[in-house]
Design a binder for this molecule. Structure first.
Ligand code: PLP
Length: 252
């Protein structure tokens, strides 16, 4: 049977999604077998940046609800076109001057994974409380685990203090955990990145007086999500393995 390109693309997403879900399950099972402690299930966030809404709908129709986006403008355009029960994760660098647009434009925002300063935390806290006083926004602190200067994220030594500010002074926010990208080229996390993130989590949990397991780890992308799950990730952000390679428009 010959399939046109559109038909192939339309069929591809549910199948690719199913394949990634299966690998997530396999890695969770492998981890559970290795460590004997009861394991929390792992959330799969489908990263849909640059992809058209019809691609997101294909994953939604296949039962998927967690989607990740990197750009405020793109998220606020897509969010009203998707059903209200989509759980959106913001995973891109967020500038303070875009916070208002993000909060107003995406009421379904479930988790903002890229808090990288106290100033940003306080700005988001204020904006979220004003707009949705009944529901705190889940947030993660983004950690610069690779130590590269060009990378966004908080230095590992500053993570616990920032987590404490969020947990104790920001009523509009709920601290969900820590996030890292690892290597800047999307090639995934190295052992040091996983180790650094786990050490930061232990320090943050001690600083705010909760169990280590109460804080999640968002690590793992297409290149490394199975490995990240074995390393203890609770939330993986997978884009190209579900939606195909991204094509960025040429800059003119
Ligand atoms: C784009 C992106 C991803 C997904 O990357 P893939 O390699 O396509 O899976 C995950 N996390 C962040 C922060 C991203 O920007």
């Amino acid at each position: 049977m010959r399939l046109g390109f559109r038909a192939l693309a339309a069929m591809g997403i549910p199948e690719q999604l199913a394949q990634v879900q299966e690998k997530v399950r396999g890695a969770v099972a492998a981890r559970a077998a290795a460590v004997t402690t009861p394991e929390a299930p792992v959330r799969l966030v489908a990263v849909s940046k640059t992809k058209p809404v019809e691609d997101l709908k294909a994953a939604y129709d296949a039962g998927h609800r967690h989607f990740g986006e990197n750009y405020v403008q793109e998220l606020v355009e897509k969010s009203p076109q998707m059903p209200a029960d989509v759980q959106w994760h913001f995973i891109g660098h967020l500038q303070s001057n875009k916070v208002g647009m993000l909060v107003k434009g995406c009421p379904g925002l479930t988790c903002l994974e890229t808090i990288d300063s106290e100033k940003l935390a306080r700005t988001v806290d204020k904006a979220w409380k004003a707009a949705y006083p009944e529901r705190p926004l889940g947030v993660m602190v983004q950690v610069n685990s690779s130590g590269e200067e060009t990378k966004n994220g908080v230095e590992p030594s500053e993570v616990a203090d920032l987590c404490k500010v969020i947990a104790t002074e920001c009523e509009g926010l709920r601290l969900v955990g820590l996030m890292t990208i690892g290597a800047p080229d999307y090639s995934g996390c190295r052992t040091e990145d996983f180790e650094t993130l786990k050490r930061c989590r232990a320090e943050a949990a001690a600083a705010i007086g909760v169990e280590t397991d109460a804080l999640e780890l968002s690590m793992g992308m297409s290149a490394d999500y199975e490995n990240a799950i074995r390393e203890g990730s609770t939330s993986v952000r997978v884009g190209s393995s579900i939606f195909g390679a991204r094509h960025y428009p040429a800059k003119s």
